[in-house]
Design a protein around this ligand. Structure first.
Ligand code: ADP
Length: 434
């Protein structure tokens, strides 16, 4: 078989040494590019061979740049490199050329990507254990390719790729069998000329899809942007939580909480129906609890639902979580909200939006507790740390209530990371409700 790497001109410089850059390096080495023909570049000192692009271009004289999604293609030196005849590619583009007929689902969108991709991953686990879920989330595609080449894994039947707009700008021969766009709203405007250019980049996925493109009917600007637009090959399917065709699937009983996630689940279910995944994958989709620490449904403890949204460190995400969950609460019990952590000068006043929640019971904790209480204007006790806040929450909640950790502040007053804080929350809840 032909080796796609034979068509990559050498020497090669890998630009941006994050996860994608490391995986690119592995792919290059594994597929016959000699170490002397590979250099690494990163803006940050310590991570790579080169830190000054001009010096690298002049001394190493690369013929190919493998640019990571985190590094803007619009940098002048990269544009000049192209104009001089250099070849610009990416880890994803290189990896795609090694695929061997795996069926590919691509997912993009301004928000909702990780949720949809992880939920599809949970569904796949129920019937296709060797499938690969990655890209912009988890592991890069090049790692899948090299793992397969090194017999560390089996060939995947399905590959689900989360694709950022940066990846779509530079994805080579990528073709998806099915794909979805979850949502369009302004984002990353520092890297795009205007909103249209950003949305066009996302829409590029539509034109590299062979069979079906699923669009979220509640996807922000998606409907107006898609109006009048066509795709090269793919049929377009709109869906959302009100999609009659999906009603028999019982998605309203899914573990994943909040109204916007009902739309995300509809997108998943539509893709899964089009892909003809088996019955049991839909049960797995319904059981998907959410990504760890992001509106993660920990389940019912003595009739009280506990939700871990430890990742929420903006006022917007706290409001989205609390209002979304409140909307979805059937019997409208109390919503006990744990707020606090370490401040990063957040506009706590913004929490006044939560006064819409009739039975809101905030508990403030941690370094920012007193400030958050004062600025938010919400009435609730201030306690010392998260442990005390959880004990208070367990003490005051009754069956039908919901306890949400969506703190606003960062974890760093008490923990190393939001993951550690979320894990502490789960363990304390389990201990105190035994
Ligand atoms: P991404 O991977 O695209 O950043 P996530 O799935 O991690 O997106 O979701 C990030 C946040 O975006 C969520 O916490 C939620 O607040 C919001 N979000 C996700 N899906 C939707 C949706 N379908 N509609 C509106 N907001 C959403």
């Amino acid at each position: 078989m032909e080796n796609p790497m034979d068509f990559v001109a050498r020497p090669v410089a890998v630009v941006g040494m994050g996860l994608s850059g490391e995986a690119a390096l592995r792919l290059l080495k594994k597929n016959g590019v000699a170490p002397k023909d590979i250099a690494t570049f990163d803006d940050q000192p310590g991570k790579a061979d080169w830190h000054d692009p001009q010096l690298m271009i002049e001394d190493f004289r690369p013929k190919t740049l493998v640019v990571s999604p985190g590094y803007p293609l619009s940098k002048l030196w990269i544009e000049e490199f192209r104009q001089e005849g250099g070849f610009v590619t990416s880890e994803l583009a290189l990896a795609v050329d090694y695929l061997q007929g795996e069926k590919v689902i691509g997912v993009t969108g301004s928000v909702g990507k990780s949720t949809v991709v992880s939920a599809l991953g949970a569904a796949l686990e129920s019937f296709s254990p060797h499938s690969f879920v990655g890209g912009n989330i988890g592991r890069p595609l090049a790692d899948y390719v090299v793992d397969l080449q090194e017999s560390k894994r089996k060939k995947a039947e399905w590959i689900v790729l989360e694709l950022s707009s940066y990846q779509l700008e530079n994805c080579g021969h990528l073709q998806c069998d099915l794909s979805a766009i979850t949502f369009l709203t302004p984002n990353h405007m520092d890297r795009y000329r205007d909103l249209n250019q950003y949305y066009e980049t996302k829409w590029a996925l539509a034109n590299i899809t062979r069979s079906s493109l699923v669009l979220n009917g509640q996807g922000g600007d998606l409907r107006s942007f898609a109006k009048g637009r066509s795709t090269t090959n793919a049929m377009i399917f709109w869906t959302d939580q009100a999609d009659d065709a999906l009603m028999p699937l019982g998605l309203n009983e899914a573990s994943l909480l909040s109204s916007h996630n009902q739309d995300n689940l509809a997108v998943c279910a539509k893709l899964m129906t089009l892909a003809k995944w088996p019955e049991r994958s839909f049960a797995a989709l319904r059981a998907f609890p959410g990504l760890p620490h992001r509106m993660e449904n920990l389940g019912l403890f003595k009739g009280v639902r506990f939700v871990n949204d430890s990742k929420a460190t903006t006022i917007d995400s706290v409001c989205t979580a609390a209002l979304g969950l409140y909307e979805g609460m059937e019997k409208k019990g109390s919503l006990v909200l744990l707020l606090g952590g370490k401040d990063k000068n957040l506009p706590w006043e913004g929490l006044s939006r939560l006064s819409r929640i009739a039975k809101l019971k905030p508990i403030f904790f941690g370094a920012v507790g007193p400030i958050a209480q004062e600025r938010s204007g919400l009435a609730g006790p201030v306690v010392k740390g998260l442990g005390e806040a959880i004990a208070e929450a367990v003490g005051i909640s009754c069956p039908g209530d919901l306890v949400l950790l969506s703190p606003g502040g960062t974890s760093l007053d008490q923990f190393k990371s939001f993951e550690e804080r979320g894990t502490f929350f789960r363990k304390e809840v389990e201990r105190l409700t035994k």
